[in-house]
Design a protein around this ligand. Sequence first.
Ligand SMILES: [Zn+2]
Length: 326
Amino acid sequence: MAHLSHVSRRQLLAGATASGLAGIGTPALAKAPMANTQAPSFYRFKLGAFELTVVSDGPLQMGAPQPNIFTDTSKDEMVKTLADNFLPSDAVAMEQNALVVNTGNQLVLIDTGLGAFKMMGNDTGRLVANLKAAGISPGDVDAVLLTHAHGDHCFGLLRADGAREFPNAQVFVTQSDYNFWTDEAKVSHPQIGEFVAATRKHLMPNRDRIAFIVDGQEVVPGIHAIATPGHTVGHVVFMITSQGQTICNAGDIAHHHIISVETPRKEFAYDTDGKLGVASRLRLFDMLSAKRMPLIAYHFPWPGIGYIGKHGDAYRYFPSPMRTVL
Ligand SMILES: [Zn+2]
């Protein structure tokens, strides 16, 4: 019977007939329905005594490569770089990897996704559904930490009707970012006016529960902020430490896991101060690579966890293997 070992029990049950095994040649095949949906996007790991869960808000659809999104990079050069790395070169998508840290005493969410704001395609706004799938209730979140005040990191604070998505959370952001992105005088700005208006709508109703982060502050026990300005004036990264282990939540210190890492001196078109953004990136990457410290990057391929290694006068990104058992 060894030759029958590949026949499943279901086929045997369906195909075996009163005439013995004669039916095996034409087994009854069950047609399984297509799922046509992705499994919930959350990924859990341990850091010392902390439990961390990466939760996706869904990808930002950036469209076809555009010239000079990264300085001095033509559309053709960007297409070639993407193709050389076996990445889609006709449409660029960037993930939104929010992070929940359960310290044992507090439940902390770092960055919120776009919420109901459909600025970057219809794939966004999935954070709450994915949180719930991960067994995390928005009402249980004690603190929301924002790396910066761009919409893809803070608009998820409010629902479409203006209600608070995390009603029991204190919100932490730098004062320089809050002031910059809610500045009424910038609403008429030709490039960023639209974003400032939307940020005023989403951040200002939270003012009574916002505390401002300062450089080096231990924002909640085990999580320190480090100023890394450039992408925005008040951009910070968060060092999360438990029992001697540290991971860096790097926010938007780098946007693309190839281009921003292997050519890290290219400025990013959406940086408030591109040159300062480069300086902050090089400084953080030098530290991460020297200490062999892992990072989670908000826009890197899901779930965005890996290492930055030095490579000549630039770097390489080494994604960490995903663990299927905690
Ligand atoms: Zn971002």
